[in-house]
Structure formats: structure tokens, C-alpha cells
Design a protein. Structure first.
Length: 525
């Protein structure tokens, strides 16, 4: 039986490996299913039929003028380059998607947008798969730009839209959120006549470098009075580097899965608030096996965030490190007098994550590793490891902010391991949070300010090599427990705990014994 936790890490390794050596050759289409069209910007001719490599089309304009049918394929010749927008028409059907891919030997076929709104646009279509391309979009004026943009307007439900193994880089324009942003990959759905949404949107194994304002971002019905969420949205195995603002932002989804992505050097050019991975107006989002590092600044600058109008967000088995804004933000503002559009933030769970070297010391009210802002409710934060090095002395561990909308309520801290290197001063600010409980947390450090009114454990947790994490989850073995660790069997039993530790080891059943404190459950004889 496959170990579900190890599957997540294996997916991450396979995803990043495919970026380094993309397969450009496309398999032959099944006999009698669709037509294959070839595009060669060097030797093609738009006057040809396009159905054989020696009779290839030449231009994007020819591709955009056609209406494709189920099972068709559009293949761009390897090593060629186009300028402008790719905006194909037509839809496939179940079992017969339309595919955009490549043929021949050489580098990826490249499309340069040159400053247009989007280099590749899929609008009001379904059953499409796009893979293997290189995409840029660089202009001079300040405007939102996208590498790939997928949109629906008055369409209804669109199925099976897949973006795989794309290399998207140098998408510039604006890093101001109120300008409308822009992203390496974005999606949006709306409709005044017909509510529209995605059911089966996959963004997988893509590499994004130098994209503004965001890496991968969504849009949709986040307003609860118009709630019509997209379904089966999966963002998996992507590498996103040097992005201007936010990293991955699902909006208006139910059951979105964000897993095995690596984000490095975010919020590099934005002056407004931005985080690594965070849902907005989403239900039942699962964010797991991701690595976020190098977020710049303290507005917000965290690796992870459970944000406005979200219910039951789950953050598990993630690695956050070297983010100036900290590890985690959970925030919301309350509905105003009968506002049907706002539900609130409730049910966030944060478990089995590792935070190393996050936060900025002495940054005032913004310098915290974990921030709880406003009326967030029913938050569970358990079995995480937080590591603070000497260079972060003066850091505040946690702050709960009571906004004009109210305080956080029903926040539970359990089985967490807070580790500060010797002589590292670490504060803890309770703020005005209501109904906070602490169970079986361990604090290690000579200058650790402990939260008030709680029971805690203060002992050396006997980690293998704390603070030794580097880029990549394979470097985190130092957070496992040595024999004789006081963390073993010292945790509180948490119902519905997910069943596995950070490395996929099984947790003891509720009736079979107490779990360990931290992210490692040593195998039992």
C-alpha cells in the first residue's frame, strides 16, 4: 500500500526533476481521434494544410483563426520562437481533450508576449491540455500582465483544463495589487448572466521565474452571497522563483489541493502586503508538502496564510524557512451588520510543519513568527517545530491582534516544539485572544519568554541536529528525535490528526497511546 505522505514528497521530487529535462516529443495520437496540426515559425507556411511537419503552419494568427475539435493536437516545433498571443478556439470533450504540445528535437518552442495582457489565453473553452512551451511577457508600461491566463465569463462549468511542464519567465508590468496584479499563471471566473466555474483545473510541474506581481493566482466567487466555487483545482509540483508579490493564491474554490510546490524569493518587488501560499474565500483547502523560503519584508511576508472568508483550511507537512515576515498568518475581518457576503475565517488547522529561521527581530508589531489577527475562530496549531537561531534574538514568537472587528477565539496550541538556540531571546505576546488553550507544548531556550497562564515542558528535546535544514525537504532529518527524547509519547491525543508524521510514519491510534511532541513519531517496536 502506498504511503500517502511519502507520495507527496515523491511528487515534489518528480515534479522538479521534470523541469530540468522536459520531454518535448509528443506521443502519436490514437488512430481516428482528432487531427494533428504542426506549427513551425521558421519554415512553415500559413497557406499549407498544417497536418504534416513538412506542411506546417507558420504563425500564431493562423492557429488563433482555427476552431479546433475534440482530440485535435497543435504541436509547435522545438527550437522555434513566436511573438504575440496564442488564443486558441474550440473545446474538446471527455476522453478527447485538445492538446497543445511540441515536436522535433531541441529546446522548448518559445512564445514572447511583448507586453500584452497575456501570452497564452484560454477563454471560455474546456477540455484543453497545454504543455512543454516556454513563455515570456515583457513590456515597458505599468500594467497587469500574465504568462498564461485562463478565464470564464457567462460560460457555466468548464472541465479538464490542464497546464503542465511550462517554463514561464520574465512576466513584468506592475507589482501593485490594486492595479489588478498579473501573474505567471492566473485564472478567473465570473458571469452576470451565467455563473461560471472550473471543475478540474490542474497546474502541474511548471517552472516560473521573475513573474510580477504573482506566481500562480486565482479569481472567482469569494463573496458568500454569490458563492459558486470552482472544484477539483490542483496546483502541484511547481517551482516558483523570484516573484514580485504573492506566490500561490487560490480564490473562490472548494477542496483546492496545493501540494509539493517550491517557492523561493517572494515579495521581491511589491511594496504592499504579500505572502507565500494562501487561500482567499475558499473552503476545505489542503496545503501540504510545500516549501516556501526567502519571502521579503514584514508586510506580510509570511510563508503561509489562512486568510479572509476561508473555512477549514489545512496546512500540513510544509517547510517554511528564512521568510522575513515569519511562518504563519491567520487573519480575518468580521462581517458588518448583516453582510451576507462574509462568512469569516474558521476551522484552520496547522499541523506537522517545520519553520526554521523565519521572522525579523525588533520589527515592532510586524515582527512575529506567527500572527493571529482579528476574529478568526476554532484554530488548531499542533505538532509543529519552530526553530529560532541566534541571529533572530529579539524575535516575538506569537502575537494575537484584536482588531476593531474582534479577537481570535478558540485557539488551541498542542504538542508544538519551540526551540531557541542558547542565549537567543524570544518573546511571546498573548495580546487579547479569547479562549486560548495550551496542551503539552515544549519550549527550549535559556531566554524564552513563556506564554502566561499555561502548563508547559522545558527540556532539551534531543533533536538529531536542529537548525541544519537547507533548501529541500530532504535536508530536514535533523528534526527527528533521538533515543531518550522527552518528546516521545509526551503529546496530547488530537482527534482526526491525519495519521502520519512529517516523514510518513504512522501516529498511534487514539486508544493506543500518546503521540510525540513535534513532527517526528519514532517507529515503535
Amino acid at each position: 500500500m502506498t504511503n500517502p505522505m511519502m507520495t507527496g514528497f515523491a511528487c515534489l521530487a518528480l515534479g522538479l526533476g521534470s523541469l530540468a529535462a522536459p520531454g518535448l516529443a509528443s506521443a502519436a495520437a490514437p488512430a481516428g481521434v482528432g487531427t494533428t496540426y504542426y506549427v513551425d515559425s521558421q519554415a512553415g507556411d500559413d497557406g499549407q494544410a498544417g497536418t504534416r511537419p513538412e506542411h506546417a503552419w507558420k504563425s500564431l494568427a493562423k492557429v488563433n483563426a482555427a476552431r479546433f475539435a475534440p482530440g485535435d493536437r497543435i504541436l509547435f516545433k522545438a527550437g522555434t520562437r513566436q511573438a504575440g498571443e496564442l488564443r486558441p478556439q474550440g473545446s474538446g470533450r471527455e476522453g478527447q481533450p485538445i492538446r497543445i504540445g511540441t515536436y522535433g528535437e531541441g529546446g522548448r518552442p518559445r512564445i514572447d508576449g511583448g507586453g500584452i495582457p497575456a501570452t497564452v489565453t484560454l477563454h471560455n473553452v474546456e477540455y484543453w491540455e497545454v504543455e512543454g512551451l516556454e513563455i515570456t511577457n515583457t513590456g515597458t508600461a505599468r500594467a497587469p500582465r500574465n504568462g498564461v491566463k485562463v478565464t470564464l465569463e457567462d460560460f457555466g462549468t468548464a472541465h479538464h483544463l490542464q497546464l503542465r511542464n511550462l517554463y514561464i519567465h520574465d512576466v513584468n508590468g506592475t507589482n501593485v495589487k490594486k492595479d489588478g496584479g498579473g501573474a505567471g499563471i492566473s485564472w478567473n471566473n465570473w458571469g452576470n448572466k451565467v455563473k461560471s466555474r472550473f471543475d478540474g483545473l490542474l497546474i502541474e510541474n511548471c517552472r516560473l521565474v521573475r513573474t510580477d506581481r504573482n506566481g500562480i493566482s486565482g479569481g472567482g466567487y469569494a463573496d458568500r452571497s454569490k458563492w459558486h466555487p470552482s472544484l477539483n483545482v490542483i496546483i502541484r509540483g511547481n517551482l516558483i522563483e523570484d516573484f514580485g508579490g504573492d506566490g500561490i493564491v487560490p480564490i473562490g474554490t472548494d477542496g483546492c489541493l496545493v501540494e509539493s510546490n517550491v517557492l523561493r524569493r517572494g515579495r521581491q518587488r511589491a511594496e504592499d502586503y504579500a505572502c507565500g501560499i494562501w487561500p482567499w474565500g475558499c473552503d476545505n483547502t489542503v496545503i501540504q508538502h510545500n516549501e516556501v523560503s526567502g519571502m521579503k519584508g514584514v508586510k506580510d511576508g509570511q510563508g503561509f496564510d489562512s486568510d479572509y472568508n476561508c473555512r477549514n483550511s489545512l496546512f500540513q507537512y510544509n517547510y517554511s524557512h528564512d521568510n522575513e515576515g515569519g511562518f504563519l498568518l491567520v487573519c480575518n475581518f468580521a462581517p458588518k451588520g448583516g453582510d451576507a457576503g462574509t462568512f469569516g475565517n474558521t476551522g484552520t488547522v496547522v499541523r506537522y510543519n517545520i519553520s526554521q529561521n523565519d521572522g525579523t527581530p525588533n520589527a515592532g508589531t510586524l515582527g512575529h513568527l506567527i500572527s493571529l489577527q482579528g476574529p478568526v475562530k476554532d484554530v488548531k496549531i499542533y505538532n509543529n517545530v519552530i526553530y529560532v537561531p541566534k541571529t533572530k534574538s529579539g524575535l516575538q514568537m506569537v502575537n494575537t491582534w484584536v482588531t476593531d472587528d474582534g479577537p481570535p477565539e478558540n485557539v488551541r496550541w498542542a504538542n508544538n516544539l519551540f526551540y531557541a538556540e542558547p542565549e537567543t531571546a524570544v518573546g511571546w505576546m498573548n495580546g487579547g485572544s479569547w479562549k486560548v488553550t495550551f496542551d503539552n507544548n515544549l519550549f527550549f531556550g535559556n531566554k524564552f519568554q513563556l506564554p502566561q497562564g499555561t502548563a508547559w515542558i522545558t527540556a532539551d528535546p534531543l533533536l538529531v541536529n536542529p537548525g541544519s535544514g537547507q533548501d529541500g525537504v530532504a535536508s530536514l532529518g535533523g528534526y527527528q528525535l533521538k533515543a531518550g527524547s522527552p518528546c516521545r509519547g509526551a503529546g496530547q491525543v488530537i482527534p482526526d490528526h491525519g495519521g502520519r508524521d512529517f516523514w510518513g510514519n504512522p501516529l498511534p491510534a487514539a486508544a493506543g497511546g500518546q503521540p510525540a511532541i513535534g513532527v517526528h513519531e519514532p517507529l515503535r517496536p
